[in-house]
Design a protein around this ligand. Structure first.
Ligand SMILES: Cc1cc2nc3c(=O)[nH]c(=O)nc-3n(C[C@H](O)[C@H](O)[C@H](O)COP(=O)(O)O)c2cc1C
Ligand code: SF4
Length: 468
């Protein structure tokens, strides 16, 4: 078990399979020299020795699930581009801004050539002629490392015309974002790349695979999704699917933050590792800090409905977590111990989404702001019982018939309609409400304890006690 000073936040156990973090152990893992010395670009060579269709079939057979949030299989997505429409683009989503999530940043900082090789394999398999690598504005080191790696790879003939003497040519363009959360949504990212304000497009009718960047078929993939490909091509779909479960093969990176002894990023086995393993296991987070009790945890980034301690034994399996009322989302677990001020925690998350709302649709622009203001009042001890009802009412204008919440002791676990029923164009609106809904339904007593207690004097005679 090691923690590397040059990869802060990453904690490694040599006993687990490492598909995407194998080079984090090297201080110079980001250089071309180290990359080549550790098997780098062998996956690309393997891909180029086969036909594009064969590579696509290999990726489909491995069921490489998207790691950006929705978990859509990469090979299936690549197959959705319409026949005979050119050019086609690959857009790499490196905008990572979901609260609690910081795994893609490490992949870009520690092993940029692995990402570049993954992009090249994807372009070859899906017939994409140009790749745009979009990195979040604040990630200065990631931008620097990826830019240097691109220059190295161009100079060595891995990118550009007739790659490695083949008929395959592709260019990769690096684009720096300006630091907007909503631009992580794929159509907003495409708008941003086109030079427009980063606001999501309505879909349907057109999904990026059909009509994307500059109106052309575009595949948008997450950094970690693509980082899986070099390993897959130097091994095989059979070896990939031998790890994890049938519906969640391979590994996935999970960023843990909050009140655990060892927060950090871990590469865990998909499908079988449980939240208890991750939060309490010796090779992972080693329990709650200060020996305290766990109060709640967010299983998949700030947008995900919260879980209670009796849901610790659920595995990192999308279908199971969805059936229990939440999602694995962006690979981030936020841990809250018994000392957590729940209304304040909900406010922190809701404030983030309200701030990041692009304002294109009313329920999100107005609703998220209302949620934030009402919560601020409650947290400050100036709220009334009416405010609590109003939080739910405003939430219902964003997510009509708000999703059921898994209750404690395994009761009331119902399937969540995912994606959420929502009145907004993208998930930012629901994300502003999810923390409120979770906090208020699971810990209502903490909100009620904060309400202002005042006596109302009726217009008619007499004095009545009233809490609202
Ligand atoms: C508000 C919002 C923010 C998102 N942010 C990211 C992000 O930072 N990184 C990412 O890969 N996907 C993000 N997504 C998901 C992308 O829209 C898209 O589904 C993903 O990049 C596809 O890649 P994958 O199939 O490899 O997972 C976000 C979605 C929404 C609605
Ligand atoms: S839900 Fe919010 S962030 Fe998304 S398009 Fe509508 S206003 Fe913009």
């Amino acid at each position: 078990m090691s923690s590397y000073p040059w990869a802060p936040g990453f904690i490694d156990d040599a006993h687990r399979p490492r598909i995407v973090t194998s080079r984090f152990q090297y201080e110079d893992g980001y250089t071309l020299e180290r990359y080549l010395a550790t098997g780098g670009y062998a996956g690309l060579r393997s891909a180029l020795s086969r036909t594009s269709a064969q590579v696509l079939d290999e990726v489909k057979a491995a069921t490489v699930l998207g790691r950006g949030g929705a978990g859509f299989p990469a090979g299936t997505k690549w197959g959705l581009t319409p026949a005979g429409v050119w050019p086609r683009y690959l857009v790499v989503n490196g905008d990572e801004s979901e609260p609690g999530t910081y795994k893609d940043r490490l992949l870009m900082e520690r092993d940029p050539h692995q990402l570049i090789e993954g992009c090249l394999i994807a372009c070859y398999a899906a017939g994409l002629s140009q790749c745009f690598l979009y990195i979040r504005g604040e990630m200065a080191l990631a931008q620097e490392r990826v830019a240097t790696a691109l220059n190295e790879a161009y100079a060595a003939g891995y990118i550009g015309r007739s790659i490695l003497g083949s008929h395959f040519s592709v260019d990769i363009v690096l684009h720096w974002g300006a630091g907007a959360y909503v631009v992580g949504e794929e159509t907003a990212l495409i708008e941003s790349l086109e030079g427009n304000r980063g606001m999501p497009r309505l879909k349907p009718p057109y999904f990026p695979a059909a009509v994307g960047l500059y109106g052309k078929p575009t595949i948008v993939n997450n950094v970690e999704t693509l980082a899986n490909l070099p390993w897959l091509l130097t091994h095989s779909a059979a070896e990939y699917t031998a790890i994890g479960t049938e519906t969640s093969p391979g590994t996935r990176m999970v960023a843990v933050s909050g009140h655990v002894r060892r927060p950090g990023v871990y590469e865990i086995i998909n499908g079988t590792t449980t939240f208890r393993d991750l939060l309490y296991g010796d090779e992972f987070c080693q329990g709650i800090r200060g020996g305290r009790q766990l109060k709640a945890f967010v299983p998949g980034g700030g947008s995900a409905p919260w879980f209670l301690p009796d849901q610790l034994d659920l595995p990192f399996e999308a279908k199971v977590v969805s059936a229990a009322g939440s999602m694995l989302g962006s690979g981030a677990v936020i841990v809250m111990d018994e000392t957590t001020d729940i209304p304040a925690a909900a406010l922190t998350l809701t404030r983030f989404y309200a701030h990041e709302s692009c304002g294109k649709c009313v329920p999100c622009r107005e609703g998220a702001t209302w949620l934030e203001r009402i919560l601020e009042r409650v947290v400050a001890g100036r709220g009334t019982a009416r405010d609590l009802d109003q939080l739910l009412e405003v939430g219902a204008t964003i997510c009509p018939g708000a999703f059921p919440h898994a209750s404690s002791a395994g009761q009331g676990i119902e399937a969540v309609p995912f994606p959420y029923r929502m009145t907004t164009i993208c998930f930012v609106g629901p994300s502003a409400y999810v923390p409120v809904h979770s906090a208020l339904t699971l810990f209502r007593d903490e909100f009620e304890a904060r309400l202002i207690k005042r006596k109302l004097i009726p217009v008619s005679a007499g004095v009545a006690d009233d809490h609202g």
